[in-house]
Design a protein around this ligand. Structure first.
Ligand code: ACO
Length: 430
């Protein structure tokens, strides 16, 4: 197969190299296009643009495949844990027993926020959205560690920065929840593992520790693991964009949190539950809503459905749906929203509108129902996503920092605005 593409432009033929990825993906390398032809390419929303070469995560959206460092997500979901998957993503290989112990110890050693951070929390109004607090506090915490401001830390320092971020994001998230509910802050407990510790900081009270049920810890750990990376999505591409300017790791992660917040991205898990609650309140079984979601003038979409990359069932959605059924049955919870979600899914998968557009459930469709069963409030759903996504952001940041040839990200545009517009003095303006 040819590794050269030919482009005919204004009567001249140009040769462009073709790059082939390890999974057979092909890309026409246009890095020299403008220099050679004076043209740029146009790709609104970057649907066909490869912004980098990466070794972290592979997705085949047509076949519904997701792999972290080559390992299928289904295997990781069954056999691994969030912390182990985080190590894998960041370091590129599964940890040995000693490496995993060392990594876990580093997370524990870095779990406490600087004590003065408490005053930062006090400044937020009690109804502040926890995603706003999370992004602000991730950025603020870098102020307490001037060493973090180094843009290309050496490997030993990077390890500490990464552990601090991964560990503290969970402390910040739980503090923001406590703050928004007017509850006293619960400090992390070094004897607890990552996910158990988060549940402890969220739900223990001053007098009694939260009862850590293994199935609850496991369900939340699975949610974190399934969200840990997803190649060049909106938030990860944002992290890489900011990292390309050599901003510090915490600044890049704070930018990632902001990008994740929107309802078309990580905010969809909150939007799904709000949609299901609306349907339930209105007495609809989902059929009216499906029609509204197909009507472009209704302003509604079937949240938790569709994906830029997956044109097949999102493999994470399959795993989450199964885990959701198991958890609700173990905890003896009957949630009417789960019934509505299943009806919506069944109806959509048989409806030509969704079938023709290849719209399938994505990771957010069932994750909210699990989080409701864990008593996590709806406004915290996207925060949970952000905690889960942190290893992927850190791994992508590292990939940029480790590449001596990395350049600042700077897309171009096709200007369509006014030309030759004279300046009109104030008195003559309408
Ligand atoms: N409900 C109804 N129609 C939809 C939906 C949906 N959920 N998603 C896409 N469509 C329709 C669009 O209206 C469009 O129809 P048209 O071709 O007749 O104009 C077509 O399907 C293609 O949709 P686009 O918006 O062009 O697809 P894009 O790749 O830009 O968007 C996105 C992907 C944002 C995920 C979209 O499917 C969506 O809005 N889904 C709901 C929100 C959601 O669940 N987001 C979470 C994504 S996963 C994640 O970020 C973790």
């Amino acid at each position: 197969m040819s590794d050269i593409a030919k482009l005919e432009l204004e009567g001249q033929v140009y040769e462009l190299p073709v790059i082939t990825g390890t999974e057979g993906e092909k890309a026409v390398d246009i890095t020299q296009l403008r220099a050679k032809t004076g043209h740029i390419t146009m790709d609104d929303g970057y649907g066909n643009t490869g912004s980098c070469q990466s070794k972290i995560t592979f997705i085949d959206g047509e076949k519904g495949i997701l792999q972290y460092r080559g390992i299928p997500i289904e295997e990781l979901a069954e056999k691994s844990s969030f912390v182990e998957a985080a190590y894998l993503l960041i370091n590129g290989h599964l940890p040995s027993r000693t490496e995993l112990r060392r990594f876990s110890d580093m997370l524990t050693q870095n779990e406490n926020l600087h004590e003065d951070m408490k005053y930062q929390f006090e400044g937020f109004p009690s109804n502040a959205h926890p995603m706003a607090i999370l992004s602000a506090m991730i950025n603020a915490s870098s102020c307490f560690y001037p060493g973090l401001m180094v843009n290309r830390p050496n490997p030993a320092r990077f390890e500490v920065h990464a552990a601090r971020l991964l560990s503290q994001v969970r402390t910040i998230a739980s503090f923001s929840y406590r703050k928004s509910h007017g509850l006293p802050i619960i400090y992390p407990k070094p004897s607890y593992k990552y996910t158990a510790n988060f549940l402890h900081m969220m739900f223990s009270d001053v007098y009694q520790d939260y009862e850590l049920k293994p199935e609850v810890v496991r369900a939340l750990d699975l949610i974190f693991l399934l969200h840990a990376d997803h190649e060049q999505n909106c938030s990860t591409a944002t992290v890489r964009m900011v990292a390309s300017s050599q901003a510090n790791l915490f600044a890049c992660a704070a930018a990632g949190v902001c990008a994740l917040w929107g309802p078309l991205h990580g905010g969809a898990n909150q939007a799904v539950i709000e949609m299901l609650e609306d349907i339930h309140r209105s007495g609809d079984d989902g059929s009216k809503f499906i029609n509204a979601a197909k009507d472009k003038n209704s302003g509604k979409r079937l949240m938790g459905f569709g994906h830029r990359v997956y044109k097949n069932y999102d493999p994470r959605a399959k795993i989450i749906k199964k885990a959701c059924d198991q958890l609700l049955s173990t905890l003896h919870i009957s949630d009417p929203l789960l019934d509505i979600a299943k009806k919506l899914e069944e109806a959509a998968l048989q409806d030509s509108y969704f079938v023709e557009r290849k719209l399938y459930p994505n990771v957010d469709f069932y994750s909210g129902i699990i989080m409701r069963a864990l008593n996590i409030p709806t406004e915290m759903f996207t925060v949970i996503f952000a905690i889960g996504r942190m290893p992927g952001w850190i791994a992508n940041f590292k990939e940029i920092m480790d590449d001596p040839k990395s350049r600042i990200y700077r897309p171009r545009q096709v200007y369509m605005g006014a030309t030759q517009n004279p300046f009109i003095p104030m008195d003559e303006r309408k």
